[in-house]
Design a binder for this molecule. Structure first.
Ligand SMILES: C[S@@+](CC[C@H](N)C(=O)[O-])C[C@H]1O[C@@H](n2cnc3c(N)ncnc32)[C@H](O)[C@@H]1O
Length: 411
């Protein structure tokens, strides 16, 4: 089987699982190191609505659900990917459809994809998409657009959607105590505002060179987005403190908390997912930390026993759509309500774990007010002994993802 045949088969398999409800985050580990499949899946999930408009306009009748993944792959190749001539991409799709679904379906795929390549050659894609509904033009799910239209003026919404259509750069943090890289050829230093504190971030300009470097092999770098530095920085952990990170996996922020403690004090990391806690264990290898699998809404810790608690709660992820492009199609108000409820239960329970004078940082990678400031207001106005000290929201931009963090102190 040729490389494109294998890539198509792998991509269609992943897209089918995605259609059945798996998230991109669940699927990524199965892609492994296959950059071609990885890039194609991300591109398809980012441009899904435009691909479907083209596919629907090129089909004589209603497109069969089972053929859509293969048509999306073929259209994506012709429109956005380089390397495979259009005719070759169509042939790969036709062979696949014929083998799997029979001769007639192969002929149908052939007709649709040849119509699409003709539209592309005629330069008619732009006018076709310009006439599509707003959410298609913005490359966002309709529910998200309805919500964001109420919040952002049209030009700001278009700018935000433009940012979310971009591929996020590969960014790394230099771990505390690691030497500044001597050969920065594959890295560009990022200057960040004060919310990142003294964390040093770099954009990788050559991922292969970075992953092959001695520094990377030694563990000097941690792959993470700069926005993730905001919450640990706000918590401002000091050596000797008792600290809990209650939604810790995969552990990016736990690593920063462990660095701030510098082996003096105590770090307890918990997460509800046993599978994801394994990643925390790998990421904290060599650091002193107590790891447990636990529900943060019923955390098995002594009340009043912590100086500082980080609550990096599960959320709708609307701030990290560049890295998780499927979030834009999956966002729903119903799911948001469920998340808000879970976040409230975690917040209410965790407040009791703090000693008087102790502090909590509540954070999300969402930009939805219901998950951010409104949650903090709900807590502080609800009779708990917590008071808001500061809060900050970052909107996604070229250099970082979106995020929210609030610092609260127990009186
Ligand atoms: C935003 S992620 C945390 C990212 C992590 N802080 C980091 O920096 O790598 C949210 C985490 O909350 C976990 N989670 C979801 N519900 C939970 C619950 N009820 N109790 C504890 N953890 C939960 C998820 O498994 C997920 O790992």
């Amino acid at each position: 089987m040729s490389v494109p045949d294998k890539a198509l088969r792998a991509t269609v398999g992943l897209l089918e699982r995605w259609e059945q409800g798996a998230s991109l985050a669940d699927l990524l580990p199965d892609i492994g190191g296959d950059r071609i499949v990885h890039n194609t899946v991300l591109t398809i999930l980012r441009t899904l609505a435009s691909l479907d408009v083209l596919i629907d306009s090129a089909s004589a009748g209603k497109v069969r659900k089972r053929l859509r993944p293969v048509l999306r792959w073929g259209t994506c190749q012709a429109l956005y990917m380089q390397g495979l001539p259009d005719a070759a991409a169509v042939d790969v799709c036709v062979r696949y459809a014929r083998r799997r679904f029979g001769r007639h379906q192969g002929a149908y795929v052939n007709a649709v994809l040849r119509n699409i390549t003709a539209v592309i050659r005629a330069g008619s894609v732009e006018p076709l998409l310009a006439a599509a509904p707003l959410h298609v033009r913005l490359g966002l799910g309709p529910e998200l657009v309805r919500r964001w239209e109420k919040r952002f003026p049209p030009d700001e919404l278009a700018d935000l959607a433009g940012v979310l259509q971009q591929n996020a750069p590969l960014t790394v943090r230099l771990r505390a105590g690691a030497p500044v890289p001597s050969d920065p050829d594959s890295l560009a230093c990022l200057r960040l505002p004060d919310w990142a504190g003294d964390a040093s971030f770099y954009i990788s300009t050559d991922a292969h060179a970075l992953f092959r470097s001695a520094e990377f092999a030694r563990g000097d770098f941690y792959v993470q987005d700069p926005s993730t530095a905001m919450a640990p920085r706000m918590l401002d952990v000091q050596p000797g403190e008792r600290v809990a990170d209650l939604c810790a996996a995969p552990g990016g922020k736990s690593v920063m908390l462990a660095e701030a403690l510098g082996r003096a004090g105590m770090l307890a990391c918990a997460d509800r997912s046993c599978r994801r806690m394994r990643r925390v264990r790998e990421n904290l290898a060599g650091d002193d930390a107590c790891l447990i699998v636990a529900d943060a809404a019923r955390a098995p810790f002594e009340r009043g026993s912590f100086d500082a608690v980080l609550l990096d709660v599960p959320c709708s992820n609307t701030g990290v759509i560049r890295r998780r492009p499927d979030v834009r199609w999956r966002f729903s108000t119903r799911q948001l309500r469920e998340l808000v409820d879970l976040q409230r239960r975690i917040l209410a329970e965790s407040a009791g774990l703090l000693r008087p004078g102790g502090r909590i940082v509540y954070s999300t990678c969402s930009i939805e007010p219901e998950e951010n400031g409104e949650q903090v207001r709900w807590l502080t106005e609800g009779g708990t002994p917590l008071r808001l000290v500061t809060e900050r929201e970052l909107l996604p931009c070229k250099t970082h993802d979106g995020a929210y963090a609030a610092l609260l102190i127990r009186d």
